[in-house]
Design a protein around this ligand. Structure first.
Ligand code: SF4
Length: 277
């Protein structure tokens, strides 16, 4: 089995396979099909390459935090926000992105969450795909991908994995669980906890920690997701005319916000036609 054929799992895949609690009615397996099975088709590739304003805000906010901590004097300078905005080339973004990112930088400058912490990892957010973690157990094996925004050491010696959020997105506990599974391989000697922090609302989640047994269970769940997805990909490779059976659509109001609504034959949302002058 080549590396690319080995089943893989990530929080992103988990969220595409199974909805978060209470989100069943918005969940569509066909989106997973477009993202993970048809991603090399030119039309799909072009849609995936589009960066939405919320994605851009998330990326620039993460980069901004990175710049503050790699140019620490900027946290103490009155024009620190302006300087970071210049490093981010924020002026090249649209008005909405500029305004919201400036607000995020200002709030962080006023109350820098990581100040005084022993930070051992802080990513810029544009590093690309992380290296896989090889999970090898007696009954399963898969590649695990987990990109951590930030890791610091608590005063107790525990690792704290922190995920930055922007916008109104809710904290999904599953993401923290994936980080904690990754941490047991990346930092096997240390106890780990995880949490989320919304940079726009300065809102912290509760600390998330689990027992060894619970982590085993999550790891097994990830192995099942990896296996199921791998089987779906193989089915699609063998019978690509069965796309909608392998990745069943769940059309509804949410199609309006789906990046594939322009190419999905099941979409209930039709973009208004441009008027030709
Ligand atoms: S447009 Fe609707 S049915 Fe089609 S993939 Fe997106 S959410 Fe699913």
């Amino acid at each position: 089995m080549s590396i690319s054929e080995r089943p893989f799992a990530s929080y992103h895949l988990w969220s595409l396979v199974a909805p978060a609690a209470g989100q069943q009615h918005l969940h569509c397996q066909m989106r997973r099909g477009f993202i993970k099975a048809r991603q090399h088709e030119p039309q799909v590739q072009a849609l995936l390459a589009k960066v939405t304003a919320p994605q851009r805000i998330g990326l620039l906010a993460q980069k901004g935090i990175y710049e503050f901590h790699h140019n620490r004097h900027l946290l103490n300078q009155s024009d620190g926000v302006q300087k970071v905005a210049e490093l981010l080339k924020l002026a090249h973004s649209c008005e909405e992105v500029q305004q919201r990112v400036l607000q995020i930088l200002t709030k962080y400058h006023d109350e820098p969450l990581l100040s005084g912490k022993r930070v051992i990892l802080l990513t810029r957010g544009d590093e690309g795909f992380p290296k896989p973690i090889w999970v090898e157990q007696k009954h399963y094996s898969f590649r695990l991908y987990a990109t951590m925004d930030c890791v610091f050491i608590e005063s107790t010696g525990a690792l704290h994995i922190l995920d930055f959020k922007t916008g109104k997105s809710t904290f999904d506990r599953r993401q923290a669980l994936v980080y904690l599974v990754a941490a047991r391989y990346l930092y096997p000697r240390q106890k780990a906890v995880a949490s989320f922090y919304n940079l726009e609302f300065c809102k912290k989640s509760d600390l998330i920690s689990v027992t060894r047994g619970e982590l085993d269970f999550v790891e097994f769940e990830l192995a099942s997701i990896a296996q199921k997805h791998q089987e779906d990909l193989q089915k699609y490779q063998q019978q690509n005319h069965k796309f909608s059976q392998i990745f069943p659509p769940n059309p509804g109001y949410h199609c309006k916000f789906c990046p594939f609504n322009s190419i999905c034959e099941f979409s209930t949302f039709k973009a208004p036609q441009k008027v030709q002058h």
